[in-house]
Design a protein around this ligand. Structure first.
Ligand SMILES: C[S@@+](CC[C@H](N)C(=O)[O-])C[C@H]1O[C@@H](n2cnc3c(N)ncnc32)[C@H](O)[C@@H]1O
Length: 180
């Protein structure tokens, strides 16, 4: 998928709705595997410091002269490259790399939010992605966040828009004082 394609497609309606629901501004937000930033720019409406992370250096052009910092990082290196970083909102859209799923969840600060939307098992019936490595299993995010998070929304199933697909949509908040 090229950067141009990302730029042309608008943000996910579901993600837009979740970000619109934030009653207060936050400080730090990150868009993981951001593409051309269709959601990074939405994040900058509610967060004063937004980072977009993607391994594709060409995408940096989309962030030039904007308030979004672009970091060119390979998120699939065996050693997690964002160790110790914390964000008030961690947003992931249409990306899954299971070996670092927990590391991505660990980026959410105490009291911070995880907004995650990507394809789920069964999507192979409708098109790509069809590789099970790129498809979430039902309940996988709920199990992965464990008891530290309050789940606000957890949907797994078929959607019609923007195309017929199986999607997982997950919105959760990490407790201010996680259980030891
Ligand atoms: C399907 S696109 C989704 C882009 C964006 N999140 C969106 O929803 O518009 C997947 C993105 O993941 C990025 N990506 C794939 N593998 C990556 C890796 N190892 N490290 C960082 N980014 C990666 C790609 O460059 C691409 O921009």
């Amino acid at each position: 998928m090229t950067a141009k394609v990302h730029r042309r497609s608008g943000p996910s309606d579901w993600i837009k709705k979740k970000l619109d629901s934030f009653g207060r501004p936050v400080r730090y937000a990150v868009d993981i595997a951001s593409g051309a930033g269709r959601h990074s720019f939405l994040l900058s409406d509610i967060a004063s410091d937004v980072t977009a992370v993607d391994r594709n250096l060409e995408l940096s052009n989309f962030f030039r002269d904007t308030h979004v910092h672009f970091l060119c990082i390979d998120l699939e290196r065996p050693t997690w490259p964002m160790e110790g970083d914390l964000y008030d909102i961690v947003l992931v859209s249409n990306y899954l790399y299971r070996p670092h799923l927990i590391d991505i969840i660990e980026l959410v600060s105490p009291g911070g939010f995880l907004v995650y939307e990507t394809f789920g098992n069964g999507n192979e019936r409708f098109g790509k992605p069809s590789n099970p490595n790129f498809l979430l299993k039902p309940g996988e995010l709920r199990r992965s966040v464990g008891d530290d998070f309050v789940i606000i929304e957890d949907f797994f199933g078929e959607v019609e828009e923007p195309q017929h697909a199986v999607k997982s949509r997950f919105f959760a908040r990490r407790a201010e004082n996680p259980i030891e």
